[in-house]
Write a protein that binds this ligand. Structure first.
Ligand code: PEP
Ligand code: MN
Length: 315
């Protein structure tokens, strides 16, 4: 019939998502076929990301880590990789406190062209080395289609930043990548626009998308952004994809990060991504919102209790 088919093998049933022009198609022709339990029209514009397409939660496997299962996963590290010593010290500290993923930007999307732009390829190599030294996975941002091959080579999860959520060429290309993508919400994007951006990746047959709420722009300017915690239960209802929050960029203020991290886990987030720096005063970017390693360690203790209260766990 000319549809493009997206197959999803679940525990109880297999779903074939048919995408294409449905005019002139009578779904009863499909309903009578042997093995067909039901045919459902998906009315949402985001088809593959929707709960109507796939009822069960998506659990993403990255190496030996499961994201979106019962375990709440914590990614932590500096805003940017600055030097070997810096990333090694921070990696060791976050690993000891229970982080599973090391974050750190190598290609930084800065608002000002005069700000630190990241170490580039050298940063990617250092991030990989630090992650491997302490048994962590690595996540880093990709800001350019041309960087995809090299970022894919050195990282386990590719991050799309808020400023690039609607870089449709970039998200479309990430649909061809074999590694998970952490898709940040654009700072002025609606939830629908965010899910439509994920659809670009999913329709390229990369099913491994993790959504990340990182704060939106509102009239409030006390905080850097307004972390939309309600996006967590909203996404849980609309989509099967795992969702993280980023309380660091979501608030921009160090002492607001921990309360919002707690709230995120309580609201049902599958994980968080947090900035940690051993010497935030001298950080090349986002020092003011970076936790000290000791604060991160205390936060992890609290998050373990909250995770347990909502039927989850943090190792
Ligand atoms: C980041 O995580 O380093 C980052 C730049 O975040 P965002 O794209 O959410 O601003
Ligand atoms: Mn940052």
């Amino acid at each position: 019939m000319g549809f493009e088919i997206h197959r999803s093998d679940g525990v109880t049933h297999t779903i074939l998502g048919a995408i294409g022009d449905k005019t002139g198609i009578d779904i009863r022709q499909l309903e009578v076929l042997e093995g067909v339990h039901e045919v459902v029209r998906i009315s949402e514009p985001y088809k593959l990301a929707s709960r109507s397409f796939k009822r069960e939660d998506t659990v993403i496997q990255a190496k030996d880590l499961l994201i979106g299962g019962r375990e709440v996963v914590v990614a932590a590290g500096p805003c940017a990789v600055e030097s070997k010593e810096q990333i090694m010290v921070i990696a060791e500290a976050v690993k000891r406190s229970g982080a599973k993923i090391l974050r750190g930007g190598a290609f930084k999307p800065r608002t000002s062209p005069y700000s630190f732009q990241g170490l580039g390829l050298e940063g990617l190599k250092l991030l990989r080395e630090a992650a491997d030294s302490f048994g962590l996975l690595a996540v880093t941002e990709v800001i350019d289609v041309n960087h995809i091959p090299v970022v894919e080579q050195y990282t386990d999860i590719l991050q799309v930043g808020a400023r690039n959520m609607q870089n449709f060429q970039l998200v479309r290309e990430l649909g061809k990548v074999a590694k998970p993508v952490l898709l940040k919400r654009g700072m002025s994007a609606t939830i629908k626009e965010w899910l439509m951006a994920s659809e670009y990746i999913l329709s390229g047959r990369n099913n491994n998308v993790i959504l990340c709420e990182r704060g939106i722009r509102t009239f409030e300017n006390y905080t850097r952004n307004t972390l939309d915690i309600s996006a967590v239960p909203v996404i849980k209802k609309l989509s099967h994809l795992p969702i993280f929050t980023d309380p660091s960029h979501g608030t921009g203020i160090r002492d607001k990060v921990i309360p919002m991290a707690r709230a995120s886990i309580a609201a049902g987030a599958d994980g968080i991504i947090v900035e940690v720096h051993h010497d935030p005063e001298h950080a090349k970017s986002d020092g003011a919102q970076s936790l000290f390693p000791d604060q991160f360690n205390d936060m992890m203790k609290e998050l373990r209790i909250i995770a347990k209260a909502v039927g989850r766990y943090i190792v």
